[in-house]
Design a protein around this ligand. Structure first.
Ligand code: PMP
Ligand code: GLU
Length: 400
């Protein structure tokens, strides 16, 4: 019996945020730390987007707005879905929130009742399961394997669905594995979903533009229009537009769901920052060529990191085709002892000892429900990536 809500005891703090915060604190205390833990581009926000924010500020766009977005931003989002995904949405089907995280939170909190199950691939982003738990629902993990490139197979999805399943959360390119599903891969999953008309789809397309090697992005309702009426297509500006700190995300889907999300948001944060929304209009309507330039850098960095990590003893690092993460397996390091005498029984032991002994911060696979592995974000300079991977090689080389 305590002061705090029981629901708080059922969830963990966001591990990606916790590790990044710890790395920042150690750095501030003078330790030599390389942090590859945060899921954010190291590139600055493009100048035209910053200018749009300054202009909005000077023009006095500083008042409350409609709770779930200004009409200009909703129009830009409607145009984006048509242009890039071939999806037809009306402005009344669009919801804008303070980051993709709030949009997901709204969708789940507005729909979950005790006993409802939410299927998600494992490994998956840290926040899905805990938001489901906060909403009173039960996360159900559908396992993926390194051998299948961490892509969910139709039979694993089929097995995870029960009469209680309310949502299936899908995420391609994936955080944390970088796995990208082709339209054909998605079709195999949507065929399963067509057999289960009670299951809704929450597709998290946050990493849509961060896709490499000539692969083409595909979104669920685009691949299977029959699922349009039970799909929430979510996206945001944090990653491709280098706007993590600005906090802007959005989704489109059936109107009753969008209204319910708006109702919830009207009793929590109200509208996302008015200034940021105007910057979002410019981000979506303005030039997009910087994305390809950034991606060329991400590809170079990915190749460097994958090659160097595969040279570390005990690690197996697949080469993903999207996002800015790699997800090496540490199966070969389990049971060994580090230089300072730590037995590596779990991936959490591995990342803790790595931070202590070599000053490299990465996130343990357990946080993503995918062990034993760890996530490296390669959204960092080539120089610091080389340094970090050299340290990881040394750490692994010292395991006995
Ligand atoms: N989905 C995924 C898969 C993510 O990695 C993130 C990242 N941080 C989000 C959603 C939420 O992003 P944000 O709240 O910054 O828009
Ligand atoms: N999503 C990013 C990550 O996975 C940012 C932190 C968070 O919100 O979890 O690192």
């Amino acid at each position: 019996m305590g002061f705090f809500a029981d629901s708080l005891n059922r969830i963990q703090p966001s591990a990606t945020i916790a590790v990044s915060t710890k790395a920042r604190q150690l750095k501030a205390a003078g330790r030599d730390i390389i942090s590859l833990s945060a899921g954010e581009p190291d590139f600055d926000t493009p100048q035209n987007i910053k200018d749009a924010a300054k202009k909005a500020l000077d023009a006095g766009k500083t008042k409350y707005t409609d709770v779930d977005g200004i009409p200009e931003l909703k129009a830009a989002i409607v145009a984006k879905f048509k242009r890039e995904n071939g999806l037809d949405y009306k402005a009344s089907q669009v919801s804008v929130g303070t980051g993709g995280k709030q949009v997901l939170y709204n969708a789940l909190l507005a729909t979950l009742n005790p006993g409802d199950e939410v299927v998600m691939p494992a490994p998956c982003w840290v926040s899905y399961a805990d938001i489901v738990i906060l909403g009173g629902g039960t996360p159900v993990f559908a396992e993926t394997t390194l051998e299948n490139g961490y892509k969910l197979q139709p039979d694993a999805l089929e097995k995870a669905i029960t009469p209680k399943t309310k949502w299936f959360i899908f995420n391609s390119p994936s955080n944390p594995t970088g796995a990208v599903y082709s339209a054909d891969d998605i079709k195999k999953l949507t065929d399963v979903l067509l057999r289960h008309p009670h299951v809704w789809v929450l597709t998290d397309d946050m990493y849509e533009h961060l896709i490499y090697d000539g692969l083409k992005f595909a979104s669920v309702a685009e691949v299977e229009p029959k699922l349009y009426d039970r799909t929430l297509t979510m996206n945001g500006l944090s990653k491709a537009y280098c706007m993590t700190g600005w906090r802007l995300g959005y989704a489109a889907g059936p109107e009753p769901l969008i209204k319910a999300m708006c109702k919830l948001q009207s009793q929590s944060t109200s509208n996302p920052s008015s200034i940021v929304q105007w910057a979002g209009v410019e981000a979506l309507n303005g030039p997009q060529d910087f994305i390809a330039k950034n991606n060329a850098k991400f590809i170079e960095r990915r190749d460097l990191v994958v090659s160097m990590l595969n040279q570390a003893s005990g690690l197996v690092c697949p080469k993903p085709q999207g996002a800015f993460y790699v997800y090496p397996s540490i199966k070969g390091a389990i049971g060994k002892v580090s230089k300072s005498g730590v037995t590596i029984a779990t991936d959490e032991d591995f990342v803790t000892a790595l931070l202590e002994e070599e000053g490299v911060a990465v996130v343990h696979g357990a946080a993503f429900a995918g062990s034993p592995s760890f996530r490296v974000s390669y959204a960092a300079s080539t120089e610091s990536l080389k340094d970090a991977c050299t340290r990881i090689q040394r750490f692994c080389g010292n395991l006995k």
